[in-house]
Write a protein that binds this ligand. Structure first.
Ligand SMILES: Nc1ncnc2c1ncn2[C@@H]1O[C@H](COP(=O)(O)OP(=O)(O)OP(=O)(O)O)[C@@H](O)[C@H]1O
Ligand SMILES: [Mg+2]
Length: 201
């Protein structure tokens, strides 16, 4: 059984804690912290589906199955890092620190456009896209590859977008339109997402 504690801790959201894998530094292990275990099951089902489809894994971290831990069942993923040992920051981090508006605007814009393209071509559907669930891997001073690390999958009662490329693309395009228009940044008086998007064009 893997032992996770403060020394392996990477980050947390509302439902899960993310830890570095104690035996393999290229992986992370996510455990539920009071979340609905059905969400993890749904995510695992969707990852199995992506594995069967043989997607490129350019937009989502690879999934390595589940492992027992001292904090309950863990779900094991590729840990997105800038360099070995340095965990990549979320898009929320870049937006909050204002690095996005200046220094990294173009790199993040290009990364976002590439992420959108890959999600469309690989048919990767998500729940609402949020900056805290996008991790930005630095490939160079001005280059990023962006990954969706959370909310992957489909909660529709009839999940047709999971099995039809056309419906998947339509759903992905809809989520992106909402993401581009979202006032997420503006409401926190950090940066208007719309300006960020427009200013980079
Ligand atoms: N594969 C990964 N590589 C690097 N960092 C990651 C990875 N997965 C998660 N993280 C970090 O851990 C945090 C929490 O993970 P995650 O978003 O999966 O938790 P959550 O509780 O499901 O989130 P939410 O509150 O959005 O439901 C992320 O915001 C990110 O900073
Ligand atoms: Mg999250």
């Amino acid at each position: 059984m893997l032992h996770l504690d403060a020394s392996t801790y990477v980050g947390r959201g509302l439902h899960r804690e993310c830890h570095r894998h104690p035996e393999d530094p290229s992986l992370c292990v996510k455990v539920d912290i009071g979340g609905d275990p059905h969400d993890s099951r749904r995510e695992q089902r969707f990852y199995r589906h992506l594995q069967r489809r043989g997607i490129s894994w350019d937009a989502v971290p690879r999934w390595n199955g589940t492992v027992p831990t001292n904090l309950g069942e863990g779900s094991c993923f590729e840990l997105i890092q800038d360099t070995p040992g340095v965990v990549a920051h979320t898009l929320q981090h870049y937006l909050e620190s204002n690095e996005a508006s200046g220094l990294h605007c173009r790199g993040l814009r290009d990364g976002l456009l590439a992420l959108r393209r890959t999600m469309l071509s690989d048919g990767i559907v998500t729940l609402a896209l949020r900056p805290k669930n996008v991790v930005c891997q630095r490939l160079g001073p001005q280059a990023f590859r962006l990954y969706i690390v959370d909310s992957i999958g489909n909660t529709d009662f009839i999940p047709i977008a999971t099995h039809s490329g056309w419906f998947a693309r339509r759903k992905v395009a809809r989520k992106w339109a909402r993401f581009e228009q979202s006032s997420w940044c503006a409401t926190r008086k950090i940066l208007s997402w719309r300006n960020f998007w427009a200013g980079c064009r």
